[in-house]
Write a protein of this length. Structure first.
Length: 286
């Protein structure tokens, strides 16, 4: 469990002063917790003593212990396959590799339900299904393949769907198209893409569009600018993280968005298929 998880789990039981501290931490997680205790307390408008009691209540020996946990989480954000290999959990001796791998995958998916509250899924689905909103999508070095996957399906369901190209020099053109009511879906998992964090900051400050982040348990820095963030499990205990949780979320969103107005979806799919079949027909010889 991350510190963020702990805060969210306990927030209903916190006092007014403690909730102020928790809100400051969650608003700029995890960086707010790396500030000196006096500065965090000032930002939350409480005393340093209240902040110490707060971290003790969460189960930490003191503010330094609390910060060590946050630093540990930050380090995990940057782990490469080479470093993960050193801590991987080997399969039981004699166990078939693929059977063990499938079991790891099923355990990861079992935790996915807790990471995706149904109410949040419905809110994001409604945003993506709203025909008055433009949808923009972009992912990181690897996760952009997932952004493309979602964009291809959304384009068949509705119009006004735009995938940002690979060249950041072209991004200002898309930024200028964004309006306050539009939705920007961003994919970013650990070893985060710094270009995306900068892009999210620009969107938040210049365009005020709604940012939806699909990330991992440790959450990309984009979370500081996101209206909705999905912290999905990706760790299998192997050298390589899995994207199965992200793909599952994508497929769930595709189903929910398509069903929001199935009559309109069916009509667009029929037109899409008709035009695709026409484009596949070779031209007639003169």
């Amino acid at each position: 469990m991350t510190v963020r998880d702990l805060l969210n789990e306990h927030i209903a039981q916190l006092t007014t002063s403690e909730r102020k501290i928790a809100n400051v931490l969650l608003a700029n997680y995890p960086y707010a917790g790396l500030l000196p205790i006096q500065e965090l307390a000032a930002n939350a408008r409480v005393s340093p003593a209240s902040t110490t009691r707060f971290v003790n209540k969460l189960g930490y020996a003191g503010y330094q212990d609390f910060q060590r946990r946050l630093i540990s989480e930050l380090k995990k954000r940057e782990l490469s396959p080479r470093e993960l290999k050193l801590t991987e959990v080997p399969p039981p001796e004699g166990a078939p590799f693929f059977l063990d791998y499938a079991h790891r995958m099923s355990r990861t998916l079992a935790t996915l339900v807790e990471a995706v509250p149904d109410a949040q899924l419905e809110m994001v689905s409604n945003l993506l299904a709203d025909p008055s909103r433009q949808i923009f999508l972009r992912g990181g070095r690897v996760t952009d393949t997932l952004a493309r996957l979602l964009s291809v399906h959304l384009s068949q369901i509705r119009d006004k769907v735009q995938h940002l190209p690979d060249d950041p020099e072209a991004w200002p053109e898309y930024l200028l198209r964004m309006r306050k009511q539009d939705v920007v879906v961003m994919f970013d998992v650990r070893r985060y893409d710094p270009r995306l964090a900068h892009l999210a900051e620009q969107i938040a400050h210049e365009r005020q569009s709604v940012i939806v982040l699909v990330s991992d348990t440790w959450l990309s820095p984009i979370a500081a600018h996101a209206s909705h963030a999905f912290p999905l499990p990706i760790d299998l205990g192997t050298a390589w993280d899995t994207h199965v949780s992200l793909v599952t979320l994508i497929e769930a969103l595709i189903v929910r968005v398509s069903e929001a107005d199935w009559a309109a979806t069916r009509k667009r799919l029929a037109a899409w298929d008709r035009l695709r079949m026409l484009s596949d027909t070779p031209p007639k010889s003169p």
